[in-house]
Ligand binder design. Structure first.
Ligand code: CTP
Ligand code: MG
Length: 554
């Protein structure tokens, strides 16, 4: 029945839609597969970091000849790749083949003289290109292709979802449209690398690494950029083999605790970004948070950045999520849809508060996939048993060991469709005993809640912490109500399958667009049924469908 429903709801003509059906059959599975990362996390980080160090960011005049621009830059050495994007002006990201080319370009670059204002002469890898004479309109100017750095509009998404072949295709489409592009990932690593140059003025040899959704494979275009200022690397390269009876140490200042050291470091780096960091605006030092941070906007890339230090465990949880995302192509598709669903219903927000976070939602999906039969994802304890000596990792007394080569993890024998998993996810959490149970991906089963927060999700590594401690009872209730409603909508659709009525949004589209969910699917049935009623309705639908299938099988 799906194709019929699709043809009826797709704005294009039947012929065009049929054409698409032919083209795309099979791509639903491979679409998400193609982007599934297969390299080890550390390998990707290393490669991207090295690439970023050979890369520069250039603010360009709006009218520019791409050919001449590249010719000009290649005086400093071969250019490996480049792309343009727009963000309050035209920008180019240019990756040279060799790091020396960057120094060569810096050598011929001057600090601007600004008339009445004075410039702080910071020689970064973020440049401003000027034309000595304006371009000759006709001959030189070719149109520059810009790479989009933002996610599709709701309208575009709605159209794409309504034209999809099936609910599975809808989930894969959403993933394809929202996941970070190659260019966006490059820009994220480049931004970290530019911030590293600023921090290195104080701490030569330090590293600024992206973590969180920018690297864990669950990032959506437009997500924030979490950065980790790593000062331990410095120690690593200064640990020489002890020679003779001598051991040399730096004279340092001592402070009463690690936390105070973190606050002091972030405080000066924050000042530095504020005063000297090209393109860094709106710098806020949030030093009293549980995890102190400096928040700022990097204007040229458009990223909202959160810089932390002494936060190594978060880097490890990014690696764990990356592995979970790479193990099965259904994981990322489901996580993206649940994240978008939560955003569409204002369950998540970009402002910190009592809402559920994307990180918590991701862990909930992982937990749900561990609970399937057979499981789609292994438990963290199981990943720990597969680890070898090199994988061993203890951070601040917490055992963060797990296998990092996911080729050693057997694929799941579970073949459930995304459509089924989506429906079951809503049902599972619509009925979860949040009042007494905690979600625990280490063991892959519910545990008794150790404390009374409404939602308890154990931090996989710092097991005494609850990653969703901030969530209020009313926000949790909102999540439960919406999960039940969504399960109900999907079940209703199953029942309506034989009579696809009109251009109504269906499947994921019906769940995602708040206006649609409120004004049609639900409003059509008059008042929103109360959560409990939906739960009972669902149960009755399910028991009648079980009876039906038993009758048919019989
Ligand atoms: N983190 C954590 N415990 C928390 C919150 C965050 O360990 N209570 C870690 C996780 O590794 C998370 C990272 O910090 O991935 C970044 O946090 P955040 O930006 O809130 O989440 P993201 O996963 O990056 O998702 P988003 O796209 O919403 O930024
Ligand atoms: Mg983030």
């Amino acid at each position: 029945q799906r194709p019929l429903r699709r043809l009826l709801s797709c704005p294009g003509t039947v012929v065009a839609a049929l054409g698409k059906e032919e083209q795309s059959s099979g791509s639903a599975e491979t679409g998400s597969e193609d982007r599934t990362p297969k390299k080890r996390f550390s390998e990707v980080q290393k490669e991207r970091r090295e690439q970023a160090q050979r890369t520069v960011l250039i603010h360009c005049p709006n009218k520019i000849s791409e050919k001449k621009f590249l010719k000009y830059l290649s005086q400093h050495g071969p250019v490996n790749s480049h792309f343009f994007y727009e963000s309050f002006g035209l920008y180019a990201v240019v990756e040279f083949s060799q790091k020396e080319s960057v120094a060569s370009l810096q050598n011929v670059t001057r600090t601007p003289s600004l008339g009445t204002e004075a410039a702080i002469p910071f020689r970064s890898r973020y440049f401003n290109l000027k034309l000595k004479t304006p371009l000759n309109q006709t001959s030189e100017q070719s149109s520059i292709q810009c790479r989009n750095q933002s996610s599709p509009s709701s309208k575009k998404l709605f159209e794409l979802l309504c034209c999809a072949e099936s609910v599975d295709d809808q989930l894969n489409t959403l993933l394809r449209e929202f996941q970070l592009t190659e260019e966006n990932s490059k820009l994220r690593y480049l931004t970290c690398s530019l911030i590293e140059d600023v921090a290195a003025a104080y701490f030569p040899g330090c590293t600024v690494r992206p973590f969180g959704s920018s690297v864990n494979s669950f990032g959506k275009l437009g997500c924030d950029l979490d950065m980790f200022l790593d000062l331990d690397e410095i120690e690593n390269f200064s640990t020489h083999k002890a020679s003779g009876n001598f051991l040399m140490e730096f004279q340092v200042k001592n402070v009463p605790s690690e936390r105070i050291a973190t606050q002091k470091i972030l405080s000066v780096i924050g000042e530095c970004l504020d005063h000297f960091g090209p393109g860094c605006v709106g710098v806020q030092k949030i030093l009293n948070a549980r995890c102190p941070l400096v928040r700022f906007s990097h204007q040229a890339s458009g990223f909202q950045c959160d810089l932390t230090t002494n936060n190594r465990i978060a880097l490890k949880s990014s690696e764990l999520l990356y592995i979970y995302g790479a193990l099965d192509s259904r994981v990322r598709a489901l996580v993206f849809s649940i994240r978008c669903w939560a955003r569409a219903h204002s369950l998540t927000s970009s402002i910190p508060g009592a809402w559920i976070t994307n990180f918590s939602l991701t862990v909930m999906v992982i937990f749900f996939l561990q609970r399937r039969s057979p499981p789609i994802l292994p438990t963290l304890d199981y990943l720990k048993t597969l680890a070898d000596a090199e994988d061993k990792c203890i951070i601040e007394g917490h055992n963060c060991t797990f296998v990092r080569d996911f080729n050693r993890i057997k694929p799941s024998g579970n073949a459930e469709t995304l459509e089924l998993l989506l429906k079951e996810f809503f049902e599972y959490f619509g009925n979860f005993a949040f009042n007494k149970n905690s979600i625990n991906i280490r063991q892959g089963r519910e545990q008794n809640k150790p404390e009374s927060s409404p939602l308890h999700i154990q931090n996989p590594f710092e097991t005494s912490l609850n990653i969703s401690k901030n969530v209020s009872q009313s926000q949790l209730q909102k999540f439960i109500d919406l999960a039940r409603e969504s399960a109900w909508i999907l079940h209703q659709e199953d029942r309506d399958r034989l009579s696809p009525s009109n251009n109504q949004p269906w499947g994921l589209a019906a769940l995602l667009l708040p206006s649609v969910a409120n004004s049609t699917s639900l409003a059509k049935k008059k008042k929103k049924p109360a959560s409990e009623r939906i739960k009972n309705l669902l149960e009755s639908i399910k028991s009648s469908s079980t009876e039906n299938s038993t009758a048919t099988n019989g």
